[in-house]
Design a binder for this molecule. Structure first.
Ligand code: GLP
Length: 261
């Protein structure tokens, strides 16, 4: 796990954007795993700018989103279909037929989840997975207690997550109880994971994920087992880490052959 702490969320998002851009330039037909929420929105703005100004090309890329609400119309302003359209897809040249987001409106959820897993496999697996972190340590919508080997499936949200996400809806009551999410086992098969977490509200979840024991009670901690996980933080989300100064020193003193960002 490489922990990169920058003073602000904007600076950390710039590092994330450079990593995604490098991935795409090295492998134009990359399979990207995408996340929603307020955390990656700056990253999406930066990627859109790189597309506009530097010609960063998404035309050969395939994307898989982590999750979606069950029984929420994809046209609803809080759906992740809408979020992705507004924040990313409408600003870059990714082909719509290469975009995959779990469909929360399907009648047969189980069959849909199995075909989502199959589609990821058939695309060659995810090269780079972007992740946010819930204040309770969730990844995607894998709430605490999720099996560490889980695959794409239906999950029930905790009240804490429903409250956290109420800001995207007209009220807490409107937040669905059920979601479809890639599993932790699915996420762990990605070749690289980029976890972004910003702000004071994430500090405890970050500390538990990065420095706590690996446990299903903190899904983010599973990334300690990932061979290529980078954790991008701002000063506030890093404020409960006991080794923050060490991580800063490592990043500032990287050997020149590693400082390609
Ligand atoms: C949501 C999403 C996660 C996201 C997390 C943090 O519930 N399902 O993928 O990482 O919560 O959200 P935010 O970035 O808005 O804090």
């Amino acid at each position: 796990m490489e922990v990169i702490i920058l003073p602000t969320a904007s600076e950390a998002s710039e590092v994330a954007a450079r990593l995604v851009a490098r991935q795409l330039r090295e492998k134009p037909n990359s399979v990207l795993g995408l996340a929603t929420g307020s955390t990656p929105s700056r990253l999406y703005q930066l990627l859109a700018r790189m597309h506009r100004e530097d010609g960063l090309d998404f035309s050969k890329a395939t994307t898989f989103n982590l999750d979606e609400y069950v029984n929420l119309d994809p046209n609803h302003p809080a759906s992740y279909h809408q979020f992705m359209e507004e924040n990313f897809f409408s600003h870059v040249n990714v082909r719509r037929e290469s975009v995959h987001i779990p469909d929360g409106m399907v009648a047969d959820v189980r069959a849909h989840c199995a075909s989502y897993e199959r589609a990821i496999r058939e695309a060659g697996g995810i090269d780079l997975q972007i992740l946010g972190l819930g204040s309770d340590g969730h990844l995607g919508f894998n709430e605490p207690g999720s099996s560490l080997a889980s695959r794409t499936r239906i999950k029930t949200l905790t009240e804490r997550t429903r409250t956290d996400n109420a800001r995207f809806f007209t009220g807490a009551q409107e937040v669905p109880h059920h979601v479809i999410t890639m599993g932790l086992g699915t996420i762990m098969e990605s070749r690289m994971c980029l976890l972004l977490a910003f702000g004071k509200a994430k500090a405890e979840a970050v500390a538990a994920s990065v420095e706590g024991p690996v446990t299903a009670s903190v899904p983010g901690s599973l990334l300690q087992f990932h061979p290529q996980a980078k954790v991008l933080l701002d000063a506030e989300s890093a404020s409960s880490l006991t080794r923050a100064e060490y991580y800063r020193g490592v990043y500032q003193n990287k050997p020149s052959w590693q400082t390609d960002l």
